[in-house]
Design a binder for this molecule. Structure first.
Ligand code: ADP
Ligand code: MG
Length: 393
């Protein structure tokens, strides 16, 4: 780069121009020349030299003026300029420094000094160029980073709203389910009160009503489950943990209370064992609830009538961890399902299933600094093991 450099020589005396061109040309530099100030500025713009050797005393625009204009232009503000002065007066140097000259040479030119200064300034120019280009890259990276941060902030906002909307939809489905239940009772009551003679005729219509009610109830339940899962997942990603001292037994009991009816209908028993003596754990209760809800809710449809789901726990001897398990006597899982669990790509075997339930569980466990594993054997059952620190880091 230093050897390929382009040097602009500016002097109103052709002899001086030729002298410098000859001295530097044989060193391998590309030489460009100008004999007036305005021409010098034109050449700076057109030829983009790496160094300017600038005569001070010229008719019209002198060297100081040219130097000042070079410095004013942001594109050439760092271009090295050597002022070539006829004598060596102190005041000329002072003015030169004022207008931004990098160095000075006095006439008559000393060849060794000329070459030494040119080389040294060109080396500095190379460094400046490298810094400039890195600065450009840095600015570009910074710009990209800012765009990305803005996009991520927007995404986080969208995720937060999605979570809120999801929970709202789930909660608003409860009055629908309750309403349908009351409607069913009312319809049954109405049909029951019909005189014997009309009852036979109304049978088909009662059956149709019941089917419609069943369809709507299932639909509402489906919406509640799925939207709730998506909302929990999004919320789990977007809202901070809210840790409070918490009794695992209470959390599990409230999940069991909520799912007991469904389990009863399938004649599956939900059992809680050894949770009474567990020490308190610092946890986000809502999320812990979600985790157990998903595990037990997943197990219920897999267990045949007469089977069970057991939630057990123990603390390690130094009481720094809790080991909790949810074990069922269900149909188990084939390896491909087991291996897909806990990720956003979990394979769901349910009609309309999201495959998000086990991911929610894993997110909750991870957020508490714990871990989760699963053992499952087809035809025997499935056990999820949770390992949770009493105090998340
Ligand atoms: N206790 C279990 N016994 C057998 N299979 C299970 C059990 N828990 C989960 N699975 C299987 O893992 C799949 C993924 O579960 P999950 O991530 O909660 O998504 P989804 O419930 O929407 O299918 C389920 O569809 C089911 O096939
Ligand atoms: Mg599930």
């Amino acid at each position: 780069m230093v050897q390929n450099a382009t040097i602009l020589v500016v002097d109103d005396t052709p002899f001086n121009v030729k002298l410098l061109v000859d001295l530097l040309g044989i060193q391998g530099y590309t030489m460009v020349t100008a004999t007036t100030g305005p021409e010098a500025l034109e050449k700076v713009a057109e030829e983009r030299p790496d160094l300017v050797l600038l005569d001070v005393v010229m008719p019209g625009m002198d060297g100081f003026e040219v130097c000042r204009k070079i410095r004013e232009n942001p594109e050439t503000t760092l271009l090295p300029v050597v002022l070539v002065t006829a004598m060596y007066p102190v005041e000329q140097r002072a003015r030169g420094i004022e207008v931004g000259a990098d160095d000075f040479l006095t006439k008559p030119i000393n060849q060794a000094e000329l070459l030494a200064r040119v080389r040294s300034l060109l080396r500095i120019k190379v460094m400046h160029d490298a810094i400039q280009s890195h600065a450009g890259e840095l600015t570009e990276w910074n710009r990209k980073l800012e765009i990305r941060l803005a996009q991520e902030a927007k995404l986080a906002e969208v995720a937060r709203s999605l979570g809120d909307i999801g929970h709202e939809v789930r909660d608003q489905t409860t009055p629908i389910k309750n309403g349908i239940f009351l409607l069913q009772e009312e319809i049954n009551d109405l049909f029951g009160r019909l005189p014997e003679s009309e009852r036979y005729q109304a049978e088909a219509s009662q059956k149709l009503c019941q089917e419609i009610i069943k369809m709507v109830t299932n639909g509402a339940h489906h919406i509640q489950e799925r939207v709730g899962e998506i909302a929990d997942c999004v919320k789990g990603l977007s809202s901070p943990l809210h840790l409070v001292p918490c009794q695992v037994k209470n959390v599990v009991s409230s999940v069991v209370r909520m799912l007991n009816l469904e389990a009863d209908q399938k004649r599956v028993s939900l059992r809680i064992e050894n949770l009474d003596s567990l020490p308190l754990i610092q946890a986000d209760e809502r999320r812990l609830f979600n985790a157990f809800y998903n595990l037990i809710n997943n197990a219920i449809p897999e267990v045949s009538a007469g089977g069970s789901i057991t939630i057990q726990g123990r603390a390690d001897p130094e009481a720094r961890f809790l080991f909790l398990s949810v074990a069922d006597t269900g149909r188990g899982m084939p390896p491909e399902i087991r291996e897909s669990l806990f990720s956003a790509r979990a394979i769901s075997r349910k009609h309309g299933g999201t495959g998000l339930g086990t991911k929610i569980v894993k997110d909750v466990v991870d957020a508490h600094g714990g871990s989760i594993t699963v053992e499952s054997e087809e035809g025997i059952g499935t056990t999820f093991h949770l390992h949770l620190p009493l105090e998340p880091a």
